[in-house]
Design a protein around this ligand. Structure first.
Ligand code: NAP
Length: 169
């Protein structure tokens, strides 16, 4: 079972500001939906707050330290280890080949060492942010797929869908 992380990351590593995405890229939202659909998704409580409701067609697993926190349609856990274990059980039942870690910063930082695959949408511009993707050691990862894009609106934002797989030791 693969542990995959998916994130859209600016040149300066920004991924969020004020608990929102720093940009509006509808193409990337469609890509995110296509990659995650049908799979268990793991997120921090703040990322869930930014979504406001569970994402349909996926088992939503939210990590929080608050033992009283709950939300309809969400499976609540209190550690990353429990989130991964639950996601693996769900994936096994569903026949998924990977579980998806969907953010945000705190969860990416804790999960990076465990990840086998990164789906990174690299946005080739810097943005103001208060949440950032962790530094990755480029030599640990090989690019399996890359698709360059330009947004179709007036911002003409250049970005690239990249799939990185951890090189075997
Ligand atoms: N660009 C992208 O692809 C992308 C994707 C996702 C999110 N984001 C952005 O990232 C930002 C949110 O990231 P964030 O780092 O602030 O928050 P986060 O990682 O989404 O959630 C943090 C929360 O998760 C819980 N948590 C973290 N580690 C835990 C642990 N070991 N055990 C139990 N609970 C734990 C805590 O919840 P409690 O406080 O409830 O205890 C903590 O406050 C937002 O701006 C969002 O828009 C961007």
């Amino acid at each position: 079972m693969k542990i995959a992380m998916i994130a859209a990351v600016a040149e300066n590593h920004a991924i969020g500001i004020n608990n929102k995405m720093p940009w509006y890229l509808p193409g990337d939202l469609r890509y995110f939906k296509a990659v995650t659909m049908g799979k268990p998704i793991i997120m921090g409580r703040k990322t869930f707050d930014s979504l406001r409701k569970p994402l349909p067609g996926r088992t939503n697993i939210v990590i929080t330290r608050d033992k009283n926190w709950h939300h309809e349609g969400v499976k609540v856990v209190h550690s990353l280890e429990d989130a991964i274990s639950l996601a693996e059980d769900v994936a096994m039942i569903n026949g998924n080949e990977e579980i998806m870690v969907i953010g945000g910063e705190q969860i990416y930082r804790q999960a990076l060492d465990k990840a086998d695959r990164l789906y990174l949408t690299k946005v080739f511009r810097s943005f103001d942010g208060d949440a950032f993707f962790p530094e990755i050691n480029e030599s640990d990862w090989g690019i399996t797929a890359r698709e360059d894009q330009v947004s179709e609106d007036e911002q003409a934002l250049e970005f690239s869908y990249q799939v990185l797989d951890r090189k075997s030791a």
